[in-house]
Design a protein around this ligand. Structure first.
Ligand code: 4GX
Length: 257
């Protein structure tokens, strides 16, 4: 995967390229990544990239010429790459979109600043408009970093070890099970017995139950959407019976009925 970021603040990405999984993926040639300054494509002496909006009003707009030149030049050097504009008006990013993006040979991420980019550039030169969520950033750079981060860990070999990406939160519409490490007793709180038993089948059962119940309590919206298998239905039924028993023992305690 080749990532190229178009931005007026390329230095913001230095830290992304130089830490953790992304750094290692670059070192092992699993991904190739760089940030290009849109200013380099401005023709005038002061390398201006913004201008006042037609129709008036406050704020500035990214000028079309430097941005279009930057996108075209980068596309030429990255054949087969798709262009992505980070914008609050885009489709809201999720794990499925990360998987889709990861199947591309290259991604050109366009980071707007100010009030946005000239509409004619969006229309002619952008393949995907993506938002990372319904809130307003000061520029597309942090959004681009989030996309690069989520896509990189899906590139085969990027995570090292066995490919842990498959089993993570959201890959199967369930949250991750609880995790524990040493010590066995931390401030008086014990690690669940079964995890130290070495009984792998029981451990897998415990982990699935942990995943299902955490999802029910923290993100019930994910369960409503999910197609449950027999094992997952059995776990929810077991807890339904537990809850019914508790309610039978304490009938109407809170409601006074
Ligand atoms: N998810 N912003 C982009 C400027 C802008 C506006 C329109 C292009 C078109 C954001 C988000 C986000 C703020 C980044 C406005 N550029 N980007 N910027 N949420 O809020 O991605």
């Amino acid at each position: 995967m080749h990532f190229k970021v178009l931005t007026i603040f390329p230095e913001m990405f230095d830290s992304l390229w130089s830490h953790g999984i992304i750094r290692r993926a670059i070192e092992h040639n699993k991904i190739f990544a760089s940030a290009v300054n849109i200013r380099n494509y401005a023709e005038d002496r002061h390398q201006v990239t913004d201008d006042r909006p037609y129709g008036g009003g406050s704020g500035m707009v990214m000028k079309p010429e430097p941005l279009a030149a930057a996108i075209r030049d980068t596309s030429k050097s990255l054949t087969g790459a798709r262009t992505v504009l980070l914008t609050p008006q885009g489709r809201v990013f999720n794990q499925k979109m990360a998987q889709e993006l990861a199947s591309n040979e290259g991604l050109i991420l366009v980071c707007g600043r100010y009030e946005g980019v000239d509409e004619r550039v969006c229309h002619d030169l952008i393949d995907y408009e993506i938002s990372i969520g319904d809130y307003v950033l000061t520029g597309g750079e942090l959004a681009a970093m989030i996309i690069i981060d989520a896509v990189t860990r899906l590139i085969p070999g990027a995570l090292g070890g066995e490919d842990a990406a498959e089993k993570d939160s959201f890959s199967e519409d369930l949250l991750e099970h609880a995790h524990f490490t040493r010590p066995a007793n931390f401030e008086g709180r014990e690690v669940p017995e079964v995890l130290m038993s070495g009984h792998h089948q029981e451990i897998e059962k415990w982990r699935l139950e942990s995943s299902v119940m955490r999802t029910l309590l923290k993100r019930p919206d994910l369960l409503y959407k999910k197609e449950l298998n027999n094992q997952e239905v059995a776990i929810l039924n077991k807890w339904r019976r537990e809850i019914e028993t508790i309610l039978d023992i304490n009938p109407g305690k809170k409601t006074g009925l």
